[in-house]
Each structure stands twice: as structure tokens, then as C-alpha cells.
Design a protein around this ligand. Structure first.
Ligand code: 13P
Length: 258
């Protein structure tokens, strides 16, 4: 991952049909090529190919929201990392809380998926971590995040291909966010933890904050040291709001068509 802030990624989750995805991609493309920072979108599996084709050459990355840990086999309904790469994705989200907590995905499964994504040649792995509200109230946040980092991120990973997204589960889709001070404390801790876990190589790994990021709070969140970007859910379905988040964090577009 080229180390240029901000890294603003849109997770479209399970929303929209092909025509909606194309309209969203077209609206983003109309803003021009990202000249400063890195933009990426993560459509549902069935829309990856059409979005990737539409965004080819735009400088906006396209990723999948998950992949299976096996390369192939008898896994009805599953999609491998090689398949998402074949559809045109160059990135993948792994260990999103809606999979960890909704579908019981474990740290070791997330790590196995990361190994599969690396083996399939995907350029960018966004590994998501975050504490639940009960853990937050229990003041166990840092402990939970340490455990997730140790369990989910392969220690020998090529750090150039890694992005870490910190998403407090209780902040996702709720309109609530930690305070700026809390975000700063957690991200400073994550930086130290990544450096330790990745044998000193973690100092350049982008760390995104995610959870109820919108145009109006992006400026203050993205100004926090060690917040290198945002992983955006709901607001990424509104192209104007999504680009507002990107520009609030210092992202810039080159002139349209250049
Ligand atoms: P919201 O931005 O809708 O809170 O979702 C965040 C998220 O889960 C991104 O992966």
C-alpha cells in the first residue's frame, strides 16, 4: 500500500443492485483521479466485476468484502480470494465485525483468509478489529485489540499490503463515536502494537478508524495522529458525502479526466 494519507475506503455492505453500483461508481469517477490519498470501494461480490471495469484507470481501488480461506473446493456458496481477484478486485476486507460477531468468524479464520488473499495475489488486505460495547464498558478495549492483532494478522505479512481498520462495534451504524481523545489513545496503542507484532515493520501500516464516520466529523477524526484514514459504511453510499470525507482528511482529486 503506498503510504499516502488519507486512506478512505467505502464498505457498501449488502446494499444496492448492479445499476446502483454503477451509478455510485460513475459519481465517484466524475470527481477525477485521486491525486492525494487512496480511495477504495468494496461492493457486494456480484457487483465487483462491473464496478472494477467502470473504475479501471480511475485510480480508485475496488475490493471484496470477504473471501474464503480455502483456494477452492466443496464450499457451497463461498467465494475464494482467487475468484475476487479474477473479477477485478485488488483488495479485500477481512474480519469485519459483522462477520466476527454476526457469523462467528474467529481470529484464526481471519488469519487463514489473510493467508489465502496473499497467496491469491491481492494487493491490499484490510484487516478489521474492534471491541464490543460490553468490552468497551469493561475497559477491555486494548486487550481485545491486542488479541485480535495477534490472532488475525499473519506475523510475516508483507506490510506493504496491509491496512488495519479499527472499528468499535458499538460505533458501527449507530451515529455514536468514541471521543477524539479515545480514538487518539487507541490508535497510538495500535501503532505500538503493530510495530511489536510485525517486528518493527508496522510503523508505516495505515490504520483506519471506522464507525459512524460522516462528512461532518471526518475532519476532526482524520486529524488525529495515527489515524491514517477511514473505513466508511453508510456514508459511502452517498458519493457527495463520501468524497467530503476524503477531502476533509486532506485527500485531493486531480482535475476530472486528467
Ligand atoms: P458505518 O459507517 O455505517 O457506521 O459503518 C462502518 C463500517 O462498518 C465500515 O466497515
Amino acid at each position: 500500500m503506498p503510504a499516502r494519507r488519507p486512506f478512505v475506503f467505502g464498505n457498501w455492505k449488502m446494499n444496492g443492485l448492479g445499476s446502483d453500483a454503477l451509478a455510485l461508481a460513475a459519481a465517484l469517477k466524475a470527481e477525477g483521479r485521486p491525486a492525494e490519498g487512496t480511495l477504495a470501494v468494496f461492493p457486494p461480490f456480484t457487483q465487483i466485476a462491473v464496478v472494477a471495469q467502470h473504475l479501471e484507470g480511475s485510480g480508485i481501488l475496488v475490493g471484496a468484502q470477504d473471501c474464503h480461506e480455502a483456494a477452492k473446493g466443496a464450499y457451497t456458496g463461498s467465494i475464494s480470494a482467487g475468484m475476487v481477484a479474477d473479477a477485478g478486485a485488488t483488495a479485500v476486507l477481512l474480519g469485519h465485525s459483522e462477520r466476527r460477531h454476526g457469523l462467528g468468524e474467529t481470529d484464526s479464520q481471519v488469519r487463514a483468509k489473510a493467508e489465502a488473499a496473499l497467496a491469491a495475489g491481492l494487493d491490499t488486505l484490510v484487516i478489521c478489529i474492534g471491541e464490543t460495547e460490553a468490552e468497551y464498558l469493561d475497559k477491555a478495549t486494548l486487550q481485545v485489540l491486542d488479541r485480535q492483532i495477534e490472532g488475525s494478522i499473519p506475523a510475516g505479512i508483507d506490510v506493504e499490503r496491509l491496512v488495519v481498520a479499527y472499528e468499535p462495534v458499538w460505533a458501527i451504524g449507530t451515529g455514536r463515536t468514541p471521543t477524539i481523545e479515545e480514538i487518539g489513545q487507541v490508535h497510538a496503542h495500535l501503532r505500538q502494537k503493530l510495530v511489536a507484532h510485525l517486528d518493527g515493520d508496522g510503523s508505516t501500516v495505515p490504520i483506519q478508524y471506522g464507525g459512524s464516520v460522516k462528512g461532518s466529523n471526518a475532519g476532526s477524526i482524520l486529524a488525529v495522529p495515527d489515524v491514517d484514514g477511514a473505513l466508511v459504511g453508510g456514508a459511502s453510499l452517498d458519493p457527495a458525502e463520501f468524497t467530503k470525507i476524503f477531502t476533509a482528511g486532506g485527500g485531493r482529486f486531480a482535475a476530472s479526466g486528467s
